[in-house]
Every structure is written in structure tokens, then in C-alpha cells.
Design a protein around this ligand. Sequence first.
Ligand code: HEC
Length: 193
Amino acid sequence: MGSLNLLRVVTIPLLLGSLLGSTAFAQSPTYGVGRTPTAEEIRRMDISIGPTGEELPPGRGSAKEGAQVYAQKGCVGCHGAAGIGGLAPILQSKQGADVPVWKKERILPLRAPHATIVWDFINRGMPLGLEGTLTPNEVYSLTAYLLFINKVIPEDQVLDKQSLPKVKMPIGDEYGKPHQFKLNAPRLEGYPY
Ligand code: HEC
């Protein structure tokens, strides 16, 4: 047996042992550290929505409804009327339709590669300080509203589990391009995004 093989024979069980050991330790009654999460706790944390939208809950919403929710839920207080003029980041581009998306402001309902990301962000992170209080219908409506004011979807488009993942975001397949790296050049010099 070569020394490399010997190393594998020794390190893999050791690694496994330490991984298994640490899990066991975290829930060990001996040390009173950690406990098995309840099904409800896992359910509350398991909220990530992928690009296909398969994890999306049932519900629906349009931009008109979203405009009302935006006012009722206090979004306006931080982000300003129609997403402009508040202290929090702007949510509507001030640039014209002819300006390429990478030259516009860094706004999630414009820059996100998938509309499901906008839904996920609002659902998990907004309104700031009262996260997790929006119903699925409210999140669908707010997503529709923010996509509408950025001219990504028409005002009457209804978003739901089926239609949301199909929304074509302005970025298309032009995700952030990697920086042209030259030896000894500062890593982010001229990085446009
Ligand atoms: C208390 C102030 C506050 C309220 C209320 C609030 N937001 Fe925000 N929001 C913020 C701040 C601050 C950020 C920036 C967070 C960050 O970049 O991590 C943000 C970020 C966002 C973003 C991402 C912006 C981007 O382009 O990256 C969206 C979308 C958004 N909020 C939507 C909403 C909606 C919809 C509501 C109402 C349900 C809402 N917010 C209510 C403060 C607020």
C-alpha cells in the first residue's frame, strides 16, 4: 500500500468520525447542547424558492393589488411612493427603456436573473423588521407590482406558481460576466457590476 493510499485509509474514517461525532455532540443530552429541530421549525426555515418555482405556495396576485399592499404594509414608508424617494434602496428604475439593463440601477426586480428571486426576497426579508408576516397572495401581488413599475410585465398580468417562473427578466442570459483577470491587476479594477 502506497503512502497516499494509507493516508486515505486513515483520514476518511477520521473525517467521517469527526462529522458524525460533531452531529451527535450537538444533540448530546450529556452536554445539554442543541436539540433536534421540530418539524414546525424546519418548515419555517425551509422557504427557499428555486428558479423553477416548484417550491412556491399556491396563491396569486397582480400589480393593481400589489400597489395597495405596498401602501398597507408600509413599504412606501421606507422605499418611497412607487419605489422612489425613500431612505431604503430605490425599487423602480429612473432610467428610460432604451438604457441597457446593466447601465440601469442595481434594482432587484430588474437585475434578478429569475423573477422567483424577487418573490423569495420579499417573502423572506420584507417588510424589514416584520419579516415573514406577508401572505403568499401579498407576496405575489408585490412581486407583480415591482415587476410592473420596472416595465418587466404588463399591469394586468397575474402572477402565480405557474406564471411567475416563466417571467422573462430583462437580463435574459446575460448574467454578470466574470472580470477579465490579468496577472497583478487589482481584482476588481473596471469591474462594471
Ligand atoms: C423599515 C424599512 C423597510 C420597509 C418597511 C420595507 N423595506 Fe424593503 N428594504 C429596506 C432596506 C434597508 C433594504 C436593503 C436591504 C439590503 O440591501 O440588504 C430593502 C430592500 C428591499 C428590496 C431589494 C432591493 C434591491 O434592489 O436589492 C426589495 C425588493 C424590497 N426591499 C421590497 C420591499 C417591500 C415589497 C416592502 C413592503 C412589504 C418593503 N420592502 C418594506 C427597508 C425596508
